[in-house]
Ligand binder design. Sequence first.
Ligand code: AMP
Ligand code: GLY
Length: 438
Amino acid sequence: MKKILLIGNGAREHVIAETLKKSRHEVELFVVGKTKNPGLAGLAKEYLLADVTDKDAIRDFALRMSPDFAILGPEAPIAAGIADTLLQLEIPSASPLQTVGRLESSKSFTRDLLEKYKIEGNPKFKVFVADIGLEEFFAELGEDFVVKADGLKGGKGVKVSGDHLNGVGEGLAYARECLAEGGMVVVEEKLIGQEFSLMSFCDGEHTAEMVPVQDHKRAYEGDKGPNTGGMGSYSCADGSLPFLVESDLKKAAEITRKVAKALFDETGVYFKGVMYGGFIATKNGVKLIEYNARFGDPEVMNVLPIMKTDFVDLCEAIVNKNLDQIKVEFEAKYTVCKYLVPNGYPDKSVAGEKIEIGNIPEGVKAYYASVDLKDDGLYLSGSRAIAFVGIADTLEEAESLAQSAVGAVKGPVFYRKDIGTAELIGKRIDMMKELRNL
Ligand code: AMP
Ligand code: GLY
């Protein structure tokens, strides 16, 4: 019997729980979440309703349940040092301690780390703590720049020229605003290319890659509209993506391997958990946009359902630092994930409205995110609601499976029809061909 503490209450944690339950070991799950996720509730032995950064509540719960290990789903508990709190109780986590969690929570830390340890992948960048040399650096970058407030801002601290900032004047003003708020600011070159997510398991010394996934951040079809947490994603049976060349994946994996080592050399602490690299393939090869210190949401829903490796064994290998003893393998399947979101998402989501799920065909998985289960059915609670994942032998089939499930939901909701379609992916392939001058 393995007792596992799982922190978080989104679709990411729903699929983590489901995958743990598929283990050859008998698993008892103890969940801490701010709200009751109906999917997780069905899988948990005990479910504590508490903030996922509430150290006292989590400490008490952990003491009572005495789990073998913990998994921290979202970034907030990692940044808050919940893995450190649990370790004081001698409960290890397959998620990072606060010091190395800075890989995600501090953009300047990660850029500086790559530079210090001479790891390729950074764009041209500078970290500012005061308004000294700021104007000169903007002049050096010209029209293509990105301004990032340091710290966890749920992606909202990042502003990109052309998208959110019009011209150097606005860039400079936003950078000064970040400084005035007392923070550090990272200013960097805007990279042009195709973004992809390569998540790797890491025990501090060894890394093992998952299949790469492409997320879709924009709210509306054709990559239009505001940025979101991610509207959906796809992965391919060959363990690559159609716009990548083999050397791109090798490079991304190599960057992660080197960063894992650099993290230990810099801090003396092993990074245990998931290193999620947000990479971009450019005409000058693969560059790093950012790291997250956890599974991606929605990306995790593309990879865990097709993982062949026993997830409990894998987590224990991360904790025990013998990940090199485990073969991490995935089924050769296509996956397409489409998120159902409330009308108005992400800025003015409707909430409290009822939805009705239609028929979910075989080959489709449904993972609950922001929904409340009441006596008479499911209600929207204000953010991404349910993720539907189609899994099949062809991309067309995986897409049409996800589409038929998400399209059958009734209520004030929307989703992106174009995710996983040949048409949209074709555009990405064409863009990369053009950039590479093929
Ligand atoms: P981040 O929170 O660092 O992932 O940034 C959010 C989004 O901003 C990324 O997914 C990218 O689309 C965009 N972004 C961040 N940094 C850059 C960059 N250097 N060049 C182009 N786009 C970027
Ligand atoms: N897919 C975006 C994220 O998990 O941060």
